[in-house]
Design a protein around this ligand. Structure first.
Ligand code: SF4
Length: 334
């Protein structure tokens, strides 16, 4: 059994099947998650049987293949999975918090136009342990503080729903990784039935939706998922989600000058989101050298919608490293 894929209950069942007392599970979890020790020989309060042979319990931290550090202190790592597949994870330190962006799939089948991962196609889902392992890597292998985590790396988290849910169970459990649900966010391109299922989960994490366009006509051009679940259905399920959870939903809107900016799109966006308990993150694309006008346009757009909607202007972090999702992994492969 893979420890990072195991809830406390899974581990307790395994331990009691071995005729060991249940509290050994908690001791083992404390060594791994509280002390950052994965070598059972160093777990001095465990009985010999558990120290010498792990009795079918595998504890395998993910292997670092490459890491890049940005001037703004953002770090991005490529990690290797047991079958040789590669994934990316990002660490973003800020004044009062430090956020890990983690992947949920190897590649992605959603095919968003603007995304390097989407262009490389889909290989496989990550296990719950491979998801938890990314947070473990930053906290215990790199010995950094982790206060928040966002499912916003490679892959669509809600397309790997069962493993994602199990990973959140483990990340959220105070006896395991121990991050509170309010510090966890899932970012989705908008898989409507899974958003509906998410509101039934025992924990209530933050929901962020990649919107990037205010009309079906525009959104379908860059996000194929919009053909399956158009904006009307997406907004309806978000209304249900807000009603059930009373949580504010975030919409991500990357301003691409000449495509989704301007007064008319601002008006459409206000009409679409009016009355929703929501926040809009307007994101400026990293200015290409000598083309700083991109950033200005995002600022103008944020101003246009700010009288009617809650809005924050954001800039992508780590602009001096291969920050776009999928870029760094490609570098390792090449
Ligand atoms: S943006 Fe997200 S959902 Fe879209 S292709 Fe990229 S990884 Fe997949």
């Amino acid at each position: 059994m893979d420890l990072f894929s195991s809830t406390k209950l899974d581990l307790e069942e395994h331990i009691t099947d071995l005729n060991l007392p249940k509290f050994r599970a908690k001791q083992l979890l404390d060594w791994v998650y509280k002390k950052g020790i994965t070598d059972t020989k160093k777990m001095t309060n465990l009985p010999h049987s558990l120290q010498e042979s792990t009795l079918g319990i595998v504890i395998l931290p993910l292997k670092e293949k490459l890491i890049q550090r940005s001037k703004d202190l953002t770090q991005k790592a490529v990690l290797e999975l047991s079958d040789g597949e590669l994934i990316e994870t990002v660490y973003i330190p800020e004044q009062n918090r430090a956020t890990v962006c983690f992947s949920t799939q190897v590649g992605c089948a959603m095919g968003c136009e603007f995304c390097a991962t989407g262009k490389s196609g889909f290989s496989r889902n990550l296990s719950a342990g491979e998801i938890v392992g990314q947070l473990y890597y930053w906290k215990h292998t790199k010995k950094l503080s982790v206060t928040n985590a966002v499912a916003m790396g490679q892959g669509e988290p809600l397309a790997n729903f069962e493993n994602f849910k199990k990973a959140i169970d483990i990340i959220n459990d105070p006896d395991c990784f121990g991050l509170g649900a309010r510090h966890l966010t899932v970012s989705t391109c908008g898989i409507v039935p899974k958003i509906r299922a998410l509101k039934e989960a025992p924990w209530q994490i933050n929901l962020s939706v990649s919107l990037h366009a205010p009309t079906d006509e525009l959104r379908s051009q860059i996000m194929p998922i919009n053909n399956k679940f158009p904006l009307k259905e997406l907004i309806e399920v978000i209304e249900e989600y807000i009603e059930a959870t009373n949580r504010r939903v975030t919409f991500e809107y990357t301003v691409v000058p000449g495509f989704n900016d301007g007064k008319e799109n601002a008006k459409f966006l206000i009409e679409l989101l009016r009355g929703l308990l929501c926040h809009v993150n307007v994101i400026a694309v990293n200015p290409i050298e000598g083309k700083g006008e991109n950033a200005f346009s995002a600022e103008q757009f944020a101003k246009l919608i700010s009288r009617d909607l809650n809005v924050t202007l954001r800039r992508s972090r780590g602009s001096d490293i291969d920050a776009a999702c999928g870029q760094l992994k490609r570098k390792v492969i090449e």
